[in-house]
Design a protein around this ligand. Structure first.
Ligand SMILES: Nc1ncnc2c1ncn2[C@@H]1O[C@H](COP(=O)(O)OP(=O)(O)O)[C@@H](O)[C@H]1O
Ligand SMILES: [Mg+2]
Length: 311
């Protein structure tokens, strides 16, 4: 039985969950609501490891105003991993920007919700388990051999550019100098607190209640680590609306909002946005046919630090 088979509800019925129905699916797997406050995930992608569970436990230790994932059981059926998790409250803020156009005006409620989520995550101290996570596409724990987040990121940029940077250089003028400028700017950033970083705060990964207040954050793992909370803010501003008709305006507006409300230096946000593009560009494809690759190339061309322009 493959992970995508429609026979999973029958499987869950046999396990005592007669009302299992599909609530979501994505790159990583399919999510079923089971009732009794539980969901099950049938994994097609990389299933969560013991380390991920430790990170969830670390997050749950904090008196956060947001629910975070909790894995209750793991099982394997015919080579497919299934995790049983606590059902999180609320519903996704919206669909992702690849499938649903965002309107021009960013709703005030969304901006407040994002600020609340960023503040909440910035209040969680980074833990050892978070530091031991590996960013998607990389081959080692981000913090391995490093004491400063910015140094760990600089080494990650160097490894990521060594992967397929030549493909990106075709699309991004003056690529090598841009990388050098980004690395210099990264090294020059002042020390910052080390807090929990989700790294993929796109709309489907934040649940809000009926009043629009954020109540849960989920889908950790893509770029989850510990580090400067300004990194989370920078990435969120950039990825919240990646593909909508007003994506560029929205990224600029959110970047300004987070700088103003959370006190992060605009230059630091720009460096982190360049770092994000330089470290994720090749995760889904390595040329302009891939939306994420194209998006990263465009981000770099427009980035004030990478392209040495004053924004
Ligand atoms: N524990 C949970 N409780 C409630 N809903 C969930 C839970 N886990 C996932 N979902 C729903 O399923 C959707 C996809 O799950 P997610 O973990 O984000 O996987 P993907 O990697 O496919 O994006 C989410 O947007 C969320 O609405
Ligand atoms: Mg998701």
């Amino acid at each position: 039985m493959s992970a995508t088979s429609c026979r999973w509800p029958g499987y869950f019925a046999a396990r005592g969950y007669p009302n299992a129905h599909r609530v979501g699916s994505g790159v990583e797997g399919i999510v079923y609501r089971l009732g009794h406050g539980r969901v099950a995930k049938v994994w097609t992608g990389r299933p969560p490891t013991a380390l991920t569970r430790q990170v969830y436990a670390d997050l749950a230790q904090r008196p956060l105003p947001l629910a975070t994932p909790e894995i209750l059981e793991v099982e394997e059926h015919q080579g497919v991993v299934i995790t049983y998790e606590r059902e999180l409250p609320g519903a996704p803020m919206r669909g992702d920007s690849a499938h649903e156009d965002h309107e021009r005006q960013l709703p005030v409620q969304h901006k407040s919700a994002l600020l609340a989520v960023l503040r909440a995550l910035a209040s969680v101290p980074g833990t050892d388990a978070m530091r031991r996570l590996t960013v998607r596409g990389d081959d080692r724990p981000l913090w391995q051999g490093h004491h400063r987040f910015q140094d760990a990121l600089a080494a990650l940029v160097t490894r990521a550019v060594a992967r397929h940077g030549a493909a990106l250089a075709v699309r991004v003028p003056d690529f090598d100098s841009g990388v050098a400028r980004t690395l210099r700017a990264l090294g020059a950033l002042p020390d910052a607190p080390v807090t929990a970083i989700h790294g993929d705060l796109v709309p489907p990964n934040i649940h809000t209640d009926a009043a629009g207040r954020p109540v849960a954050v989920l889908d950790f793992g893509f770029y989850t680590t510990a580090g400067d909370p300004a990194f989370e803010a920078a990435v969120t501003a950039a990825v919240w609306d990646m593909y909508g008709p007003y994506a560029t305006e929205h990224a600029a507006e959110l970047t300004r909002l987070f700088a103003q409300e959370l006190g992060y230096a605009p230059a630091a946000l720009a460096v982190y946005q360049a770092v994000y593009a330089l470290t994720t560009y090749d995760l889904y494809g390595r040329d302009n046919n891939d939306g994420h690759f194209r998006w990263c190339a465009e981000q770099l061309c427009r980035n004030a630090v990478f392209s040495a322009r004053v924004s």
